[in-house]
Ligand binder design. Structure first.
Ligand code: FMN
Length: 449
């Protein structure tokens, strides 16, 4: 075992929690119209700062900002784009108004030059005193590529470039030795030239001479996150990532995904505990199920009728869009079969069998992107505990329905239960993101890889 491995916290006894911060309204498209929400939050940096502060009050380890970059504007008539105006500017604003919470932004390895990414993330790491994380993704989809006047490259080329970009960026981050910056006013020495080295890397896709002109931060350099699920993803995350932002609907699927990432880390000579698999969780927290469902119905305003045809496919039975108030009849339920093409179908059928009306079935979020908790805080805590203890998750990234009060609801109703059960920390153990994750400081590329 080398020095790096020595410092890894061996088994995670407490879970990690991150907050998903997209457009600032929340994870439901109708969030911008909800009572109490400033409809102009889309362009408000103050709103993001407030939301990050709410998450910091709940001791979340990080906020996570997804990015395209560039959003599809197909629903712009009625919906806000899902992303921040600019993730780095948002995090710069948040860094100045928070003290502990980790700041993680998505940055594409396909549509950025590595030197630009290296200095932006390192500057954020300095500004936040060691709290920056980079979600390194390759971008998928021609809609994003079109913003750069390009077509999306093949998977092989995207991942080939991604491996080079991350190595190069970590080399740039490490181009200043740990103690290179002396700023000694007495001797007049600003920095040790011999500890600041060019990197002179040229690969098939990218290159850089370096060095970067930014010293190490309190955590050395930013943490690498990754998001995705293809075999290419395992290899990239297995080499470089400390956190994987995931998506899974069942414990079994999440456990398989987590194990695949752990196995990939092992293949690259790393300790599997260095990689944390964090699936998503969407929440509507209220005092009881009925209140939570009514909130989702208000949020859904009119969109439920459009979703009926999809629910029909999931359950394999015809549904009448004019009778949203009725439960699905016994005869239909006896014939219903969960679609094998959609992993959410079994859960949708279970909810239908409980006798809820069609509108309420949809209000349970059975067609949303992650498991959804619609009810009191204890239900979210139970879900998180079950997944965590089953080895299906090292933590969760949480997407509240409406940020303006949904983050506080999670902090006040879910976090204390997790803390009482010993599943979540009560205080930040340190000030850097690496300390929050139990990851060792790093300067440059990991020598094992
Ligand atoms: C939970 C999750 C979050 C993701 N977040 C982003 C994101 O913020 N930006 C992005 O461009 N892609 C994001 N992706 C997409 C992945 O990076 C990846 O492109 C996708 O899974 C397709 O895989 P492929 O690139 O191997 O084709 C995300 C994927 C998952 C599962």
């Amino acid at each position: 075992m080398n020095a790096l491995e020595d410092k890894i916290t061996p088994i995670r006894k407490q879970m990690l929690i991150g907050l998903h911060l997209g457009n600032g309204y929340g994870s439901q498209p109708g969030a911008w119209r909800m009572p109490g929400v400033d409809p102009k939050s889309y362009t408000s940096f103050d709103a993001r700062v407030k939301q990050a502060q709410a998450a910091e009050r709940g001791k979340f380890q990080f906020i996570f900002l997804p990015d395209g970059p560039g959003a599809i504007l197909a629903d712009i008539e009625s919906e806000s784009p899902a992303f921040n105006l600019d993730v780095m500017m948002t995090l710069a604003a948040v860094a100045r108004e928070t003290q502990y919470i980790g700041l993680v932004a998505t940055g594409s390895t396909t549509f950025n030059e590595p030197f630009n990414l290296a200095r932006q993330f390192k500057a954020l790491d300095i500004m936040s005193h060691g709290r920056a994380g980079w979600n390194a993704i390759t971008s998928s989809g021609d809609d994003v590529a079109a913003n750069y006047g390009r077509r999306i490259p093949s998977s092989e080329d995207r991942y080939g470039r991604a491996h080079e970009v991350i190595q190069l960026i970590q080399s740039l981050w490490g181009s200043w030795g740990k103690d290179a910056w002396v700023h000694n006013t007495e001797s007049g020495q600003f920095a040790k030239r011999e500890e600041i080295i060019s990197i002179n890397l040229q690969g098939k896709f990218v290159g850089s001479r370096g060095p970067l002109y930014i010293p190490p931060s309190e955590q050395g350099q930013p943490i690498i996150f990754h998001a995705g699920g293809s075999p290419n993803t395992h290899e990239l995350a297995g080499r470089f990532a400390n956190v994987v932002i995931g998506a899974a609907f069942t414990i079994e699927d999440a456990r398989d995904q987590r194990n695949a990432f752990r196995e990939a880390a092992r293949r690259f000579g790393r300790n599997p505990d260095e990689i944390n698999y964090i699936p998503g969780l969407m929440t509507t927290i209220a005092k009881d199920r009925r209140t939570a469902l009514d909130r989702r119905i208000l949020l859904g305003r009119g969109s439920f009728t459009k979703r009926i045809s999809y629910l029909q496919q999931m359950l394999g039975v015809p549904l009448d869009a004019s009778r949203l108030e009725d439960p699905i009849s016994k005869t239909l339920l006896e014939n219903a079969r969960p679609s094998r093409y959609d992993p959410r179908s079994a859960h949708a059928l279970k909810i239908a069998q409980e006798g809820w009306s069609v509108r309420d079935i949809l209000a349970h979020g059975v067609i949303d992107y992650h498991p959804v908790i619609v009810g009191p805080g204890v239900e979210a805590a139970d879900h998180m505990q079950a997944w965590f203890e089953a080895g299906a998750a090292d933590g969760f990234w949480v997407s509240p329905d409406v940020n303006s009060d949904g983050i506080d609801a999670f902090v006040d109703e879910v976090i204390p239960i997790l803390q009482e059960r010993g599943l979540f920390h009560k205080e930040y153990a340190g000030k850097t993101l690496r300390e929050h994750l139990g990851a060792p400081d790093q300067y440059g590329v990991d020598p094992r890889i």
